[in-house]
Design a protein around this ligand. Structure first.
Ligand SMILES: Nc1ncnc2c1ncn2[C@@H]1O[C@H](COP(=O)(O)OP(=O)(O)OP(=O)(O)O)[C@@H](O)[C@H]1O
Ligand code: SF4
Ligand SMILES: [Mg+2]
Length: 311
């Protein structure tokens, strides 16, 4: 079974916690799909339907290049302005520019490397449950004002192996992290759907799907919504990115609504974002920051969450 982790926390097949889905013993694709349907049903039925509407952990996902990191950064900056402390988790295995988008230009430390190099603090945190945002001190994370950047790890060398280790670490940290009032976690996910297949997003309560104006991006959004529901995520919202005009916005909104994907709002094509992203400068001065802040305002209102510095 190698490094297989049971998605529902079973110790082994037919032992404590096992729902006998058959995933760990599946050998064909059909068997894996059948097992995944059983897990999906199980998670859906056992999901906590309590009345806590608050947003604590957000995953930002979508097609490669659609604008995930841009939105994760803009939302972090806006949340900070509303008085929140943000833990911005960089769960992307390749790109290194997320910190710069929120004004952190130092190279982030890879948490996974710290664990592999036997950093005692990192190992303790990796085993801890619950984890507090402040457990990640300056040795393990970088901060700018009230935004803390935690990088899970990057693939840096040839023959280094796959990203499974990083994905398992991201899943486990996201699950175990706890937030106080006025604290929010935003995870900037790897492109596409692979992380869902690994269940990385299982610990979040809010999924933001970035949808750019392309057929592939819309199709992927449908798939992500299906996967997100399977993981028991209760709040799934689309944010449109790089929109050119109202006609385009309405066209995409109609498809999303036909597919019961709720829509938070749109960010229009913004040349100032491209300039800042090109130079590796913070995105707060982008023209679309105000619109992003408006979307965050809506999101907080919907979740009945307070804003200390809101307008
Ligand atoms: N609203 C927007 N207007 C104009 N350009 C944008 C907008 N949003 C993102 N971009 C541009 O699109 C490119 C990709 O953005 P970004 O890196 O945020 O996407 P991503 O989904 O995180 O990509 P990846 O899948 O590689 O992680 C960047 O050059 C960025 O400047
Ligand atoms: S059969 Fe399913 S629930 Fe049981 S241990 Fe295997 S993966 Fe987990
Ligand atoms: Mg990105």
């Amino acid at each position: 079974m190698g490094s297989f982790h049971c998605p529902v926390g079973g110790l082994a097949y037919k032992s404590f916690g096992c729902i006998e889905c058959g995933l760990c013993i599946a050998s064909t694709k059909e068997e894996r799909i059948k097992a995944s349907d059983i897990i999906r049903e199980y998670i859906r039925n056992s999901h906590d339907t309590g009345t806590d509407r608050r947003i604590r952990k957000i995953a930002v996902c979508g097609k490669g290049g659609s604008g995930k990191s841009t939105v994760a950064a803009l939302f972090s900056l806006a949340l900070e302005e509303f008085g929140y402390k943000v833990l911005l988790i960089d769960a992307d295995n390749s790109n290194t520019g997320l910190g710069r988008k929120v004004g952190i230009s130092e190279k982030a430390v890879s948490f996974m490397n710290q664990v592999n190099e036997n950093n005692r603090k990192a190992i303790e945190i990796a085993k801890k449950d619950p984890i507090a945002i402040d457990d990640f001190d300056d040795e393990l994370s970088l901060s700018k004002d009230n935004i803390k950047l935690l990088s899970i790890g990057k693939i840096e060398n040839v023959f280094e192996g796959c990203a499974c280790e990083n994905a398992s670490m991201a899943a486990s940290l996201i699950n175990s992290l706890n937030t106080d009032d006025f604290e929010i976690i935003i995870a900037d996910q790897d492109a596409g759907i692979e992380s869902f297949g690994r269940g990385v997003e299982q610990g979040v309560d809010t999924l933001i799907i970035i949808v750019e104006p392309s057929y592939d991006s819309i199709e992927l959004a449908k798939n992500i919504k299906y996967m997100g529901e399977g993981l028991g995520i209760r709040r799934i919202r689309a944010v449109l990115s790089k929109i050119h005009n109202e006609e385009e916005e309405e066209y995409i909104e109609d498809i999303l609504s036909d597919n019961e994907i709720r829509f938070l709002g749109a960010l229009y094509e913004d040349p100032s974002l491209n300039v800042l992203n090109l130079k590796g400068e913070p995105l707060k001065t982008a023209d679309s920051y105000k619109q992003a802040k408006h979307l965050v305002d809506l999101m907080l209102d919907e979740a009945e969450m307070k804003k200390t510095k809101g307008e």
